[in-house]
Design a protein around this ligand. Structure first.
Ligand SMILES: [Zn+2]
Length: 235
């Protein structure tokens, strides 16, 4: 089982690793990795695996049968190879900022309106956010984004740690983004934005809300009776 270094330290940008297996020349598993595999609404990382003078670009990272698989742009790696992993940190850091911003907005909307978050997809340049809410207008959303932006200007720590499943499920609202909840694990990883939100979550986040910067509303859509969709982006 690949050791997921990004869950322990989301700020790790590089690491060494040993190739465990290679399928079809370009699907590589490692003993440990800094690369986040697509899932829970967060896109995969990109970057490089380096072996000697040879650079393999990591173009996709996914989780297949519980294993993290790195798709590289050309063949050549084999089991037992020693590689150096380098993340495309610029992309990852944006995703960490927008992921953390999505938690804050979800928490504020949920607290203020009772809205449930039904979907959440981060992209490198924007976030798509679905929730159920009867009353809906752009002014209301702008007000919530303004509230969130106020928080992003303050010193609020973000922490992550494990809790037993039993303890975790006692936290009110811990599964607001239900599809991000890992199934049947004895311990859940909790992401806590101190005083704002606690979520069961396997994604990567910034350490302090100050690091998010500011967000702005891009557009809003009605997707049926109670289904709303908004797009926002970092600026
Ligand atoms: Zn998250």
């Amino acid at each position: 089982m690949t050791k997921a270094l990004f869950l322990i330290d989301s700020y790790l940008k590089e690491s060494h690793a040993t190739v465990v297996s290679v399928k079809d020349g370009k699907y590589v598993t490692l003993d440990q990795t800094v690369f986040y595999p697509r899932g829970g609404g967060q896109p995969h990382d990109t970057g490089k695996l380096i072996k000697g003078n040879e650079v393999y670009n990591v173009v996709y990272v996914g989780k297949f049968s519980g294993e993290i698989s790195h798709e590289v742009d050309h063949a050549g790696l084999k089991a037992g190879d020693y590689v150096y992993c380098i993340l495309n940190w610029e992309r990852r850091h944006k995703l960490m900022r927008s992921h953390t911003a999505a938690h804050v907005l979800a928490a504020l909307l949920n607290k203020g309106t009772g809205a449930l978050i039904t979907g959440n997809q981060l992209e490198e340049d924007h976030v798509r956010f679905d929730f159920s809410l009867e009353k809906f207008d752009r002014a209301l959303l702008e007000a919530y984004l303004a509230k969130a932006n106020e928080l992003f200007g303050t010193d609020v720590p973000v922490k992550w740690y494990e809790l037993s499943r039993e303890e975790a499920l006692k936290i009110p609202g811990v599964v607001k983004m239900a599809k991000a909840l890992p199934p049947d694990l004895p311990a859940l990883r909790i992401v806590e934005i101190v005083g704002v939100d606690r979520q069961a979550d396997g994604g990567t986040h910034v350490r302090n809300l100050r690091e998010v910067g500011k967000v702005e509303l891009v557009k809003t859509e009605n997707k049926g009776k109670n289904n709303r969709r908004i797009y926002f982006k970092l600026n």
